[in-house]
Design a protein around this ligand. Structure first.
Ligand code: ZN
Length: 350
């Protein structure tokens, strides 16, 4: 990070210039403003207002490492917590990744023979009006599958994602990360076609659903390094879509599993679609109201809880550090015209 000016109100200093790792704030906040205005068109003033004011200003604490490099750490912000707010969805997925990656070293130590597989389960696209029911049916089918004798996972995490198809249908699917015993690959191995068959039976459908299964590769002897790299604060920029190659594939698997429940592009929609963005968003909001996007099972429940309060502030992966803190916190404010967060003032944090 470059040196921060101490002149209050000098709006020519932007968060993304001072701290490149925080660049994504600008993009997510901009998407949120767009979603807010679609809620206005959908006459949902309450959500429009809440999202409009989401994370309007961000207060960062300045940490200095032993090489005198400064780092920004989010100290406070006001989140709207609306389910489909792009900023809040982003923070929520980061928070889950961070929680999971924090638990990972302990899980790997307790289950040294644990290996990871990545499973994607889909069903046929459904009309948006049927989304809620479809998700409930997929969840009960998943439950059936986990109760089968040959279900191999010791622990699993399942995230639901809903995309929008070109013909204006909803495409709900599950991304799951499963931890299996390494013997799974020699005994009890389930091929792609067997996974497909199993999912089809649990769904009780007459078509063949698309199922993807992939082993999360793990280079030998890297296991310890993996654990160390998770603990290393250099992975605190956890919203990068490309994962640093030094970071293990398990982490990539976690990133691939825990993402947005609805991508901002699929919220905003295209102008060519038959359904207007406001009708789509209004219905999607109704359909997803109070549905859970992330679920855990098996031994993962001993390490993580779905019911823990959401901490959208401390969503970075970094461990507790003993870096020196500067006496002042820096506040950045959203500038609508520039579509960027600009430096506003510093406040004494003592
Ligand atoms: Zn929000």
């Amino acid at each position: 990070m470059n040196n921060i000016p101490l002149t209050d109100g000098d709006a020519s200093f932007y968060l993304s210039d001072l701290s490149p790792k925080d660049k994504s704030w600008d993009a997510h906040k901009d998407e949120s403003r767009e979603v807010s205005s679609i809620y206005t068109q959908a006459q949902n003033e309450k959500y429009a207002e809440r999202i409009h004011h989401c994370s309007q200003s961000l207060e960062f604490r300045i940490l200095i490492d032993d090489k005198q490099q400064t780092h920004l750490k989010l100290h406070s912000a006001r989140f709207c917590r609306v389910r489909l707010c792009p900023v809040c969805q982003w923070r929520r997925s980061m928070m889950w990744r961070a929680r999971f990656l924090k638990a990972l070293p302990k899980i790997c130590a307790d289950y040294p023979r644990g290996r990871f597989i990545f499973l994607t389960l889909t069903v046929r696209n459904c009309p948006l009006e049927d989304l809620r029911e479809t998700i409930a049916w997929m969840n009960s089918s998943w439950k059936k599958m986990t109760m089968r004798k040959n279900f191999p996972a010791l622990g699993w995490i399942k995230c639901i994602e809903v995309t929008r198809s070109e013909d204006d249908m909803a495409h709900p699917h599950f991304h799951c990360l499963l931890m299996v015993n390494q013997t799974y690959f020699s005994r009890g191995y389930i091929s792609q076609s067997d996974w497909t068959k199993m999912w089809k039976e649990c769904l009780k459908v007459d078509y063949t659903p698309i199922v993807n299964i992939k082993r999360v590769k793990e280079r030998k002897q890297k296991r310890k390094q993996i654990v160390d790299s998770v603990n290393d604060s250099n992975v605190n920029n956890c919203d990068n879509t490309t994962v640093d190659t030094s970071v293990d594939d398990i982490i990539a698997g976690v990133f691939e599993t825990i993402k947005y429940s609805v991508k901002p592009d699929d919220l905003i929609g295209t102008k060519t679609a038959k359904t207007s963005p406001q009708d789509w968003l209004a219905e999607l909001t109704r359909q997803l109201h109070k549905t859970r996007s992330i679920a855990l099972g098996g031994i993962f429940k001993e390490y993580l809880s779905e019911d823990e309060p959401e901490d959208l502030i401390n969503a970075d992966i970094e461990e507790e550090t003993d870096l020196d803190e500067e006496e002042y916190n820096y506040i950045f404010e959203w500038r609508e015209v520039m579509k960027r967060y600009a430096y506003k003032e510093s406040v004494n944090n003592k």
